[in-house]
Design a protein around this ligand. Structure first.
Ligand code: FAD
Length: 694
């Protein structure tokens, strides 16, 4: 049953880059006889898995344990239901969550909640292990709709609505996107004009492109819509435009009938998330009281006069959006959980599924013994660990901010917002890539809906689009690094962005030095001695930071050429450098994630888990180098000998970590009932008469 074969035929040799195989394995092979060996049906090392789980659970381990205990098979995506049945099922699960009190975690005590942002975000994240329809509908209801009221509403409004939002007595929408304006939210067209004569706002869809589209809960269940519109007042006989604001507009009565002046339609079947009712909304001069305006950043008095604590329209808009980043953080986190579930399924399958006979034993070879299979799964396992640690860091930052906003100066707050955007784009892209690779890695079984991967893949797809399209968010990271988004926030045009580019590199370096004491420790180590070893943390830092800084410096130089040009010429320069700017944004996120992962490794108290995590961190960096080899060669950062050595080290680490694969995915702590899928329970895995094990 437990007989083994050594899968690492080249692991005993000394590597070409001067790194011994044992060092490449983080020194683990001497203490772990199974390290680098594939054992079919391996049950993993439960103590080590528990130590790894502790690192991933992070600061909110208690609330994660509570949520984990509450996760049941009903929260899995049910198969074979009609769209209406699945929507009913999803709504039932939401009611169960509401009854359990979980949504209260995300709301302040004075609003009837229990006020623990970190616990709320990590609970949402864990829903991502199971049915993403439930996670998304919960996110729309409590994160977006409830979040808009909680963050933008005054005391009276919060007290009026939030208890019913939490209990699910009142279902609502977050109606921001319009069919004509998706990513360009600042220019949406819906209007909310104050009528001085009646003291009401008139909410209107003035053009076909102002139709609210794709809105969660708008297709069927929503009663009240947090509606984003251009706020207009008439002061001294003149129209005054104050930019985008949010108003609560009733769209249906309690029985579900659409209200006068409101039109809704149902988007029906989508490419996934069948349990969520997305729809369109139009307003035909719908009147709502003055109190419908969520007035934290702008209010209108009884005389129809507008006032705001923030003067600039652009700054006001971005400050308002900044208060709503929780949704973005949740989406990244849940997609990461979904990727971890997929990897756990694919790794378990790869340990029991055999293809082709071993020449020595004549027995079937477990998939994970193949080098290519190791290369497909293990770097993604490493990234899953890295992103989970980075996600924990952003959750901790947001929780601290919500507890004490005054402790954050503008620079720190903007950094948090930038990293929330960047991590959302990074992790949702990773999740989509991983779900596809995990499905392919399970062959035909992976394509059977009963084995979960196809449904998860369909549901996760749109995570790259909503809560900010990934390209647009990555560009935002790049622009922030360029110094854009500064001072005038979103008011900055292309020319101003170019002007700000000049101080780029110094800003970035300063930001890194500020980031953590660990970072400083590693920076000191790099300047102290010469490093060339790919497995040296200091050298890894140097490789990643050098790439980021080079990309930033060169894009800044390109953008600077546009100074003095008119807006049209400046746009041309900016647009021709867009791919460059995006590459800089991605490079920044790679090194930011690396820093957060390295910190988590540094803080791990269990020595064996720490070693294993250190090896995962090495593979994370080597995966980046492998993926961007062309850049490192083109820019003379690495010679061909060095990139070949990096590939050799990469392969060795994949093989070494494959020997611990089951333990590594057990560290994800995906609920065990997820693995009751046919492909892992005798569904054609073993050939008749073939004994288990090698
Ligand atoms: C299932 C689903 C649920 C949703 N739920 C809600 C909801 O509840 N509430 C809500 O308000 N909205 C919701 N949305 C809307 C969602 O937020 C938008 O779809 C998203 O912001 C993208 O806008 P868009 O679809 O108009 O795409 P576009 O902005 O038109 O983007 C289309 C493509 O162009 C690219 N692109 C756009 N701008 C640039 C640029 N400057 N440079 C380079 N490339 C660019 C993008 O990368 C993308 O590939 C939902 C969408 C979906 C699909």
């Amino acid at each position: 049953m437990t007989s083994e074969t050594d899968a690492t035929t080249d692991s005993a040799s000394t590597s070409t880059d001067g790194v011994s195989a044992d060092a490449a394995a983080g020194g683990l092979s001497s203490r772990h006889p199974n390290f680098g060996r594939i054992t079919a049906g391996d049950a993993g090392d439960s103590a080590l898995a528990a130590a790894l789980q502790k690192v991933l659970d992070g600061a909110w381990s208690e609330s994660r344990a509570e949520t984990r205990a509450a996760l049941t098979p009903e929260l899995l995506n049910p198969l074979g239901l009609t769209m209406e049945e699945q929507r009913d099922h999803t709504l039932e699960q939401l009611q169960r969550l509401a009854d359990s009190g979980m949504p209260k975690l995300g709301f302040r005590a004075e609003d009837g909640g229990t006020g623990d942002t970190g616990a709320a975000l990590t609970s949402f994240e864990m829903l991502g292990h199971l049915d993403l329809s439930v996670m998304v509908k919960a996110g729309v209801q409590w994160g977006l709709f409830g979040g808009a009221i909680a963050n933008l509403g005054d005391d009276a409004t919060r007290q009026k609505y939030l208890p019913d939002v939490m209990s699910l007595k009142l279902l609502g929408c977050f109606a921001m996107t319009e069919i004509g304006q998706g990513s360009d939210v600042q220019n949406l067209e819906t209007t909310a004009t104050f009528d001085n004569a009646t003291g009401e706002f008139v909410v209107n869809t003035p053009t076909p492109s102002a139709e609210k589209a794709y809105i969660g809960n708008a297709g069927r269940d929503g009663r009240l819509a947090a509606t984003f519109a251009q706020l207009i007042t008439i002061e001294d006989g003149e129209e005054q435009h104050h930019g985008v604001h949010c108003l609560l507009v009733p769209i249906r009565d309690e029985a579900g009938n659409t209200l006068p002046g409101v039109t809704t339609t149902d988007h029906g079947h989508k490419g996934g998330l069948l349990g969520v009712d997305n729809g369109r909304i139009w307003f035909d001069n719908v009147r709502v009281p003055r109190e419908a305006l969520l007035n934290r950043f702008g209010s209108v008095d009884e005389q129809g006069r507008y006032s705001s604590p923030i003067e600039s329209v652009g700054a006001r808009f971005f400050t308002m959006l900044g208060t709503l980043i929780r949704g973005r953080v949740s989406v990244g986190a849940a997609s990461g959980a979904s990727a971890r579930t997929a990897l756990a399924l694919a790794v378990r399958y790869a340990l029991v599924r055999r293809q082709f006979e071993h020449p020595e034993t004549g027995r079937g070879i477990p998939l994970l013994e193949y080098r290519e299979h190791q290369r497909r799964l293990m770097p993604r396992v490493a990234r899953a660990y890295a992103y989970a640690c980075a996600q924990n860091a952003i959750v901790a930052e947001l929780a601290e901010f919500e507890k004490d906003p005054d402790a954050f100066d503008e620079v720190r707050r903007r950094e948090m917002e930038t990293h929330a955007a960047g991590i959302k784009a990074t992790v949702t892209a990773f999740a989509n890539d991983t779900l596809t690779e995990a499905r392919l890695a399970c062959g035909g079984a992976g394509f059977m809906a009963e084995n979960m991967l196809t449904e998860m893949r369909k549901d996760c797809d749109v995570f790259s689009t909503f809560e900010g399209d990934n390209v647009v968010l990555t560009q935002l990271v790049g622009k922030e690094l360029m110094g854009a988004y500064a001072a005038e926030f979103g008011n900055m045009d292309q020319l101003e962005t170019v002007g700000f580019a000049i101080n780029t590199v110094a800003d970035v370096v300063q930001e890194k030095v500020r980031a953590s004491t660990l970072w400083q420790k590693v920076v000191d180590a790099v300047t102290d001695r010469e490093h060339t070893d790919f497995l040296d943390r200091g050298n890894q830092l140097e490789i990643l930071v050098d790439r980021e800084e080079h990309l930033l410096e060169t894009v800044a130089r390109r953008l600077r050429k546009a100074q003095g040009e008119d807006a049209s010429a400046a746009f041309k320069v900016f647009n021709s450098a867009q791919d460059h700017l995006l590459a800089a944004g991605r490079a920044h996120m790679d090194s930011w994630v690396f820093a957060r992962f390295a910190e988590a490794v540094d803080e791990c108290e269990d020595p064996e888990a720490k070693k294993l995590l250190g090896t995962l961190c090495d593979l994370y960096v080597l995966d980046i180098i492998d993926g961007d080899k062309g850049w490192f060669l083109e820019h003379n950062r690495l010679t061909t000998e060095r990139t070949k050595a990096a590939t050799a080290a990469y392969n060795r680490l994949c093989t070494k970590l494959a020997g611990q694969a089951r333990t590594l995915v057990d560290g994800f702590a995906v609920p065990e009932f997820v693995f009751a899928v046919p492909m892992l329970n005798g569904g054609g895995v073993d050939k008749p008469g073939e004994p288990a094990g090698l």
